[in-house]
Design a protein around this ligand. Structure first.
Ligand SMILES: NC(=O)c1ccc[n+]([C@@H]2O[C@H](COP(=O)([O-])OP(=O)(O)OC[C@H]3O[C@@H](n4cnc5c(N)ncnc54)[C@H](OP(=O)(O)O)[C@@H]3O)[C@@H](O)[C@H]2O)c1
Length: 281
């Protein structure tokens, strides 16, 4: 039950009906007995600026921003968190009492938290990290790994120019490998992360050989539909520790929830099951 004083948040995207965020935040609002609501906000690209600027007038505490508005929103906020600036996109906006909009990107936080929780004791500084992909998610993953102290980050992408551009925009020890050269990138690696859409439902499979990857390396797929991707199955079968991608989605949401509703929520097995059920899993 919500009162007239309920705090408001939501997710702006187009389309937005497949977003798990209302289900996720709704679970936490219920769990912590918070007087608040989190709603889907389907906004067409041509209407985005008007709708975004109206949020303070409507009394919102903040919103999540999803496809296709993440870059546009970055240009419209009053204050930009340094990590969001580096990543070049925002997914979380906080509205202050005086109506100022601050943009954050919490994907990197969610990614690292997921590794920490999924593989306690994992040390990102212990060796090279290989990131497959150079899209929006790769940008957040790569920036967070550099911030976590990785001293040898290897980007592997189908389109070389895109990986070169990403490497050039990150201040840190980043090198680029062609997909045909994946074996060299995997040699001696401590971590392998798939950030491409390969292996996702409705997309082509990810077909790389893991022969050159040390069995001590941690393997993470940020694709979470399906939850157990072929990459994770293959890696686990040869003895690697694996972490699935659902935790990144859940952990990235915690930072926004705390800023809007004042409680840092937990990611539990029950929450995972609740969100998976919403995905039809
Ligand atoms: N777990 C989470 O919380 C989370 C968060 C964000 C994203 N994701 C998932 O991460 C994936 C990527 O998202 P994104 O936003 O980064 O997408 P994006 O910006 O469109 O980037 C897609 C990436 O996949 C590569 N790719 C696509 N098709 C390919 C193919 N046929 N062969 C080789 N490479 C291919 C692209 O390579 P090119 O540069 O060569 O096109 C690019 O590196 C999606 O599956 C998304 O659901 C998960």
């Amino acid at each position: 039950m919500i009162s007239g004083k309920a705090k408001l948040a939501g997710v702006m995207g187009w389309p937005v009906q497949h977003s798990q965020s209302p289900r996720l935040h709704g679970y936490w609002l219920d769990q912590y007995g918070i007087d608040g609501a989190y709603v889907p906000l389907p906004v067409r690209p041509e209407d985005f600026e008007g709708a975004f600027r109206a949020l303070p007038l409507l009394g919102f505490s903040g919103v999540n921003i999803t496809v296709p508005h993440k870059q546009t929103a970055l240009e419209l906020v009053d204050i930009l968190d340094p990590m969001a600036r580096q990543i070049g996109a925002i997914n979380t906006v906080v509205i202050s009492d005086d109506g100022n909009l601050t943009g954050y990107n919490t994907d990197g936080f969610g990614f690292l938290e997921n590794l920490n929780r999924g593989c306690p004791g994992f040390d990102p500084e212990a060796g090279p990290a290989v990131v497959l992909g150079a899209g929006g998610a790769a940008r957040a993953v790569a920036c967070s790994l550099i911030a976590a102290g990785v001293s040898d980050l290897r980007l592997v992408n189908r389109t070389r120019d895109r990986a070169d551009a990403l490497a050039g925009s990150i201040q840190g020890p980043v090198s680029v490998y062609d997909f045909s050269d994946t074996d060299h990138a995997l040699d001696g690696a401590n971590l392998l992360v798939n950030t491409t859409s390969l292996g996702m439902e409705g997309h082509p499979p990810l077909t790389i050989s893991l022969d050159a990857l040390p069995v001590q390396a941690l393997v993470n797929d940020i694709v979470y539909a399906p939850l157990r991707t072929d990459l994770l199955k293959t890696a686990e079968a040869r003895g690697n520790s694996v972490v699935d991608g659902l935790g990144m989605l859940l952990h990235q949401a915690r930072a926004g929830f705390e800023k809007w509703f004042g409680v840092m929520p937990d990611v539990t097995d029950d929450l995972r099951a609740h969100v998976l059920k919403g995905m039809g899993g």
